[in-house]
Design a protein around this ligand. Structure first.
Ligand code: UDP
Length: 313
């Protein structure tokens, strides 16, 4: 198949590129490199089944030839990134989603939207099922991401209903693995980077807030499986093991053997207190469940960070 992946130079996008090429597909990778990097995909530049287009999908997209899938993963996704890039974030998830939907429609391609657990905001239902509508502050700092992803879901569903576009959408819960940028501000990347550099691990708030962490290969497997099933409602993809941020800090200290101390910083505004996916739908629909244990996934990720540090020296 011929597949367009937007956000292809980003963390998840680039792992998806690897997988789609490994599965024998032709991939057109699109990215404006605002948060992604060519380092994530440059290994494919000599592959004749791969091409890279440097483009901001918030502007009109022109692709020559046929496409079977448009897979829309472009967006800043870390709280630090979307706080720094609020307008770009709103645009890529609204205008960018509109443009990619229009492209899919004009090519007769199927469409895949990367949405997020952030559509649940600071959830009042626990764990979060896809039927939960969420608890989002539209004008809070996270609103730029949360609301634009909610719009992206709405317009994707509208294209499905109005134009009969064959769509999929996933809500991605916290994901980690190699290529998660050291400076992207997320908890796994911050803690590993801090632990390896012997700097204090910064816990925001008291560390009792919870998340669950899925390894990137598990997420990619879920994505691939969903392309093979005709289903248009959102599907949660995440790890169903809940842990506190303090537990994560202690685990990363143990796995890195770091002597870093743990320090406490103010909790950011609207930081969700608990987040945990209900993955019943993904289990039933896709026979999918995350396979990678957190210790293994973190060890792989730590090894990658060590390599990066060695290269930088
Ligand atoms: N967090 C933290 N220290 C950090 C970075 C993040 O304690 O250095 C916390 C953050 O406040 C949140 C959780 O870790 O409660 C997950 O944050 P992340 O930015 O990874 O993603 P989120 O799930 O909030 O979108």
């Amino acid at each position: 198949m011929k597949i367009l992946i937007t956000g292809a130079a980003g963390f998840i996008g680039s792992h998806l590129v690897d997988r789609m090429l490994a599965d024998g597909h032709e991939v057109t990778a699109m990215d404006n490199l605002v948060t992604g990097t060519m380092n994530n995909i440059s290994q494919h530049l000599s592959n004749t089944k791969f091409q890279f287009i440097h483009h901001n999908v918030s502007n009109h997209i022109h692709i020559v030839g046929h496409l079977d899938w448009v897979i829309h993963f472009a967006s800043p996704a870390s709280p630090v990134d979307y706080l720094n890039l609020p307008i770009e974030t709103l645009k890529v998830n609204s205008l960018g989603t509109h443009n990619t939907l229009g492209l899919a429609l004009s090519k007769g391609a199927k469409y895949f939207l990367a949405s997020t657990s952030e559509v649940y905001g600071d959830p009042e239902q626990h764990p979060q099922q896809e039927s939960y509508w969420g608890n989002v502050n539209p004008v809070g700092p996270r609103g730029v991401y949360d609301e634009s992803k909610r719009f992206a879901e709405a317009i994707t569903m509208a294209y499905h209903k109005k134009h009969d576009l064959d769509t999929r959408m996933i809500r991605i819960f916290n994901c980690y693995g190699p290529r998660l940028r050291a400076n992207d501000g997320r908890v796994v990347s911050n803690f590993i980077d801090q632990a390896l550099r012997g700097k204090p691990l910064t816990i925001y708030g008291g560390g009792e807030q919870t998340r669950s962490f899925q390894y990137v290969s598990d997420l990619v497997e879920g994505i691939v499986r969903l392309t093979g099933v005709k289903f248009h409602e959102p599907v949660n993809l995440g790890n169903p093991q809940e842990r506190t941020v303090l537990e994560l800090a202690e685990l990363i200290k143990e796995l890195t053997g770091s002597k870093s101390e743990i320090v406490y910083k103010p909790l950011p505004t609207d930081d969700p207190k608990r987040r945990l996916p209900d993955i019943t739908r993904a289990k039933q629909l896709l026979d999918w469940t995350p396979r990678v244990e957190i210790r293994d996934g973190l060890s792989q990720t730590i090894a990658w960070y060590k390599e990066q540090l060695a290269v930088a020296k």
